[in-house]
Design a protein. Structure first.
Length: 348
């Protein structure tokens, strides 16, 4: 593993047949690794954001489905496939917005069907291989995303990022943070500003944590302070990740991203979205077809406080994501290259 990354986000312990994740809800206070064995544990880990970040979710659910399929009893394909489909559908309900989750599940289903004439033990082995392939492909893609992204930046730039799209969200380099990590290796000396990212504080707990740990010059700010930084001329580029990209370039990402894009547009600062091509959903025409997850009110009113910080009974609006209009995006950076408006992903 690269020396910058001494945290293993998602891995499979093949000897003991357990899925191992770092519990991101306990960072930065404690580095706690969880061993997941059952569909319920895997579903809960994804829903409760113990593992999060679109690519990391895809890797975790791929390993998780292969792990659960290993324990399916029965000697005929029909019985196996019925139980496999039930597991797949159950895990699909953990997060509705991240397209990588569904992509990974569909890949494992296609793997099963491609080997339906083989013995069940052979099918189970192929599922493990497919899950491992998803992880390796993600690691390679992130490196390439970083290289393409770095080509858009200059040494010493001030960079703003929102939420967490780094090592903790994927494999090794991350997506939005990949150019920063590559720049760190090459001596670019970026000055990075991380939005805290309310209400779950992924920027404060995760991005600031992993960048500081890697020796990057990083400063934490509240979400509503970004405009001040931009007005002072301290930001030369915005880098964010993505959970789903529609065919027209509309992009779903952590709540607050679209507001950052609007600010960047006003101050004429390049706004770059970075993610693997697996997040591009050709079946989704535009923002109106993206399902936005709404999360519990308690995340806003009391999650991080010693005492409740809102009146009891107050109504709470808590969408997990928003959608950035394609007209606000300077470029979308993938492992296969940089896409500029008007966005056309037909060459993929």
């Amino acid at each position: 593993m690269n020396a910058l990354f001494d945290i293993l986000t998602v891995r499979m312990d093949y000897d003991h047949k357990v899925l191992v994740i770092i519990d991101q809800t306990q960072l930065p206070g404690k580095e706690v690794y969880l061993e997941l064995r059952t569909p319920e544990e895997i579903w809960e880990a994804i829903y409760l954001l113990k593992v999060r970040g679109a690519p990391a979710i895809g890797i975790a659910v791929a390993y998780g489905l292969a792990l659960c399929a290993e324990r399916i009893q029965g000697e005929d394909f029909g019985t196996f496939f019925r139980q496999f489909t039930m597991l797949k559908n159950y895990l699909a309900g953990s997060r509705p917005t991240a397209v990588n989750l569904f992509t990974a599940l569909e890949r494992l289903e296609k793997c099963v069907l491609a080997h339906r004439q083989e013995p069940l033990e052979k099918i189970k082995q192929e599922l493990w291989r497919e899950a491992e392939a998803i992880r390796k492909e993600d690691a390679a893609a992130c490196r390439r995303i970083g290289e393409w992204g770095l080509s858009l930046l200059q040494p010493g730039m001030g960079i703003l990022t929102h939420c967490n799209a780094g090592h903790l969200a994927v494999s090794e380099y991350g997506t939005a943070l990949a150019p920063i990590y590559l720049g760190q290796e090459k001596g670019y000396h970026f000055i990075v500003y991380a939005d805290e990212t309310r209400p779950l504080l992924q920027g404060a707990r995760l991005t600031a944590y992993e960048l500081q740990k890697a020796g990057v010059d990083v400063t934490l700010l509240c979400d509503n302070m970004a405009s001040r930084l931009m007005a002072e001329g301290k930001i030369q580029a915005v880098l964010v990740g993505c959970d789903r990209v529609a065919a027209n370039g509309d992009t779903a990402n952590k709540i607050g991203t679209s507001g950052v894009a609007i600010l960047a547009n006003y101050y004429r600062i390049p706004f770059y979205v970075l993610g693997p091509t697996s997040t591009i959903d050709a079946t989704c025409p535009d923002r109106n077809s993206i399902t936005i997850e709404e999360r519990p009110a308690e995340e806003v009113t009391e999650k991080w406080y010693a005492h409740r910080m809102a009146p009891r009974g107050i109504k709470v609006y808590n969408p997990a994501f928003d959608v950035t209009d394609h007209r606000l995006i300077t470029a979308i950076v993938t492992e296969q290259g940089i896409f500029y408006p008007p966005f056309d992903f037909s060459r993929l």
